[in-house]
Design a protein around this ligand. Structure first.
Ligand code: ATP
Length: 264
């Protein structure tokens, strides 16, 4: 049965990412009361680990993602990346959003190489890195194509290649497969696991899809709402590749769904 960690305490010394007592209060609009979006969120992601974050709508997943990415300031607590406090976006994180955010006026290769422009690699080294990333996501023959000619799945592969090109310490993904059909989604999940296995990256992946989390994660951080907080951390103790038809898989999905649906 699902291994459950009651304690999600960070261990900043070993963790690639550690959230330590993170809280966020949004000022209310006009006469509205302030909104406590997150309260005392603490968990860590170890080097090379794949952690998924799931929870009910409004539990603060997007807020937490933005705080980890350095895009939103926490009201309390802190986020550490390899022991250094995150206060603003950094190239040590490769960020992938649901909406791809590709540059439409750049080719696939130029999109993938975008973050390398400011690196100290030579032009030849940059090109080699772009080629390596295109090979990794299977888009070598589309290197000169423009985003508008690509399918949603291909666009997301470009976004993943771009995020990985700068060799970040952390791959941070917010519902990255939310905009593609179910079949493409499952294919991208398999591909992402291959990329993860071959690069050894640390991944923090936000999703509302429990089966996706069980397919991908070493551990699943289950959030509760009002205020957003960690309900439990579930270790997914199933060999990969995981089969949706397996009893153990279904058991984890049921367990996590129960936790999400549970009353506070
Ligand atoms: N800019 C903001 N100003 C005020 N309140 C906000 C703001 N952004 C989010 N909130 C509130 O904070 C809480 C958490 O929102 P957030 O979008 O982070 O949750 P979520 O889990 O990502 O939701 P969903 O799954 O529905 O996208 C909600 O109550 C939301 O209304």
């Amino acid at each position: 049965m699902a291994g459950v960690n009651e304690s999600a305490a960070p261990s900043p010394g070993e963790a690639s990412v550690a959230l330590d007592g993170v809280g966020k209060t949004y000022a209310g609009d006009g006469d509205g009361d302030p909104v406590r979006a997150l309260d005392d969120v603490s968990f860590s992601v170890a080097d090379g680990e794949f952690v998924c974050l799931v929870g009910p709508s409004g539990c603060g997943k997007t807020t937490l993602f933005r705080i980890v990415a350095g895009l939103t300031e926490a009201t309390d607590g802190r986020v550490l990346l390899d022991g250094t406090r995150v206060t603003e976006p950094t190239t040590d994180m490769g960020v992938v959003f649901q909406e791809y955010h590709l540059f439409p006026w750049l080719t696939v290769a130029e999109n993938v190489g975008f973050g390398l422009e400011r690196s100290d690699r030579s032009p030849a080294e940059r090109e080699a890195r772009v080629d390596e990333m295109l090979d990794l996501v299977g888009l070598t023959e589309f290197r000169d194509a423009y985003p508008k000619s690509l399918s949603g799945g291909m666009k997301q592969r470009v976004a993943i290649a771009r995020a990985l090109a700068v060799d970040p310490a952390l791959l941070l993904m917010d519902e990255p497969f939310g905009a593609v059909d179910a079949q493409t989604r499952e294919m991208l999940q398999r591909e992402l696991l291959d990329v993860w296995a071959s690069t050894g990256k640390t991944v923090l992946f936000v999703t509302h899809d429990v089966a996706e989390a069980v397919t991908l994660a070493d551990r699943i951080v289950v959030m509760a709402a009002e205020p957003g907080r960690v309900r439990e951390v579930v270790d997914v103790d199933v060999e990969r590749p995981r089969e949706r038809g397996d009893a153990a898989f279904a058991e984890y999905v049921g367990r996590v769904r129960e936790l999400i649906g549970a009353d506070p």
